[in-house]
Design a protein around this ligand. Sequence first.
Ligand code: ADP
Ligand code: MG
Length: 575
Amino acid sequence: MLKLYRFLKPYTAMIIGVFIFVTLQTLGDLYLPTLMGEIINKGVMQGDTKKILEIGGLMLLVAGIGVVCSVIASLLSAKVATGLGTILRSNIFKRVESYSLNEFDKFGTATLITRTTNDVTQIQTVTIMIMRLMISAPITAVGGMILAYRKDRALTIVLVVAIPVLAGVVALIASRMIPLFKLVQIKIDKINLVLREKLTGVRVIRAFNTDEHERKRFNDANVDLTENYIKVNRIMAFMMPSIMLIMNLTSLSILWFGGIRISKGSMDLGALSAFTQYAMQIMISMLMLSMMFIMVPRAQAAASRINEVLDTMPEIVDAEKTNNSFSGKGYVEFKDVTFSYHGAEEPALKNISFVAKPGEVTAIIGSTGSGKSTLINLIPRFYDVDSGSVLIDGVDVREIPQEVLRKKIGLVPQKSVLFSGTILENIRFGNEDASKEEIRHAAEVAQALEFIENMDGGFEHEISEGGTNVSGGQKQRLSIARAIVRKPEIYIFDESFSALDFKTDAKLRAALKKETADSTVIIVAQRVSTIMDADRIIVLDEGRIVGMGTHKELMKECDVYREIVFSQLSEEEIA
Ligand code: ADP
Ligand code: MG
């Protein structure tokens, strides 16, 4: 956790302020019992009303100043803690943004969300507590001891017995509670995961009638968390009465032995009153300290989870020495590329070599899982190759700044993703500077104009979160428009026509042809009809290229390709 406190630097002045005001308040609190004792001794016992009013007034003043200090300290500490929260959240967000897909694969989304929200809140709460208690509790404990000792030495023996007993009980309870608190965090992650999956997959769950199963899964996670909390609370419930018992027994002993000492004449009433209050102050401050010891490990768990995110450096970063000597525009070359996902036994791609040129359409076909999407993900450098190289315009992608690289590419991913916002905003996502006409034109090419204009509000129609209020085919066409408006050198379509009917597919490709005449186009498709007229077709099978050429050539030479074709087209269509 200390590591996270490096972010507190801008708040140094405020923190010092908190410490000063907390100290003032604590000292005031320590002074009050002494004044109380004086009122009893010099005022009440002597029947001196003037003295009572005098000291009483002073007490009110001290208490008043204490209240003011306490309010200011609260205000400042809250400001510091929320400030720390803001800094942490933005740092986590920035770091996560820089992650490559490898890191997302490693963490998972659910835990990244909990770490940004719940864990940061945890740190915030504990920070306030630490700032207020770190100073006041030790001052009260030590100061109270000294003052109590000065009031009456003999009675201090009661404290010498009581305090270790209290400390023992608290230590026992804390040792059972801390592991439970650590578990809570993991269980909250689990609930988040299940809930997220349930919400994003709600259509599938309904369709397959797996509500019952999902409910049970959520319920299990929920009950698990609840049971943990109940365990924590059971211990807490046991803690309060036992602590109260110890404290009251201490009071009782002080009064008992104090009474004896008073009747012997070796102590006065004022000292007894002050001593009792000091005893309480000491014990309460020790309780507060022990609460801190319980809370800190819990926050420690949160802190290490946050640090894990902050310390994970993205695997894919811009090279120190970048290379801008591009030759040509949109020239893509794979040179003997082999790639495997982390933790996978087999490489997903083996010895891939090919060239895609501007003005040409390069198509990639192959069965599901043959590595088509993987191959495409290497072009924008979502992952780095194991061996070989991917070259854009003659430069290795690892030497191109990511921003420059991605500007060259218009990618339509296999899974269309839309953001909440209007249709216009969603298309403009591809190119911030696009004018209304350009956006309209892109929509027209993507065969999206018709359905957009039929929607109420047209381009201003609101897309709901995750694009659930448009059909799969509409989503695909909007993602295509988003890529077109970018006017990239390299177009990549990953099964982007799969949800379109044959007629729209053909119309779209015809319109696209004009639009992309000078660009490099890479199309991944399942349908032979989509790619039949491509300049070059690459046939992938289990991560290897098993054929490359035009439709005619492949029909003659490539068995895998022929199989795909025969499974889809009738004899006449082939001829
Ligand atoms: P295609 O797009 O041709 O259907 P993919 O390129 O998506 O196939 O997948 C190729 C292989 O890589 C599959 O065996 C798949 O299980 C694996 N794979 C895909 N994505 C990942 C990932 N993020 N982590 C690990 N393995 C993956
Ligand atoms: Mg794919």
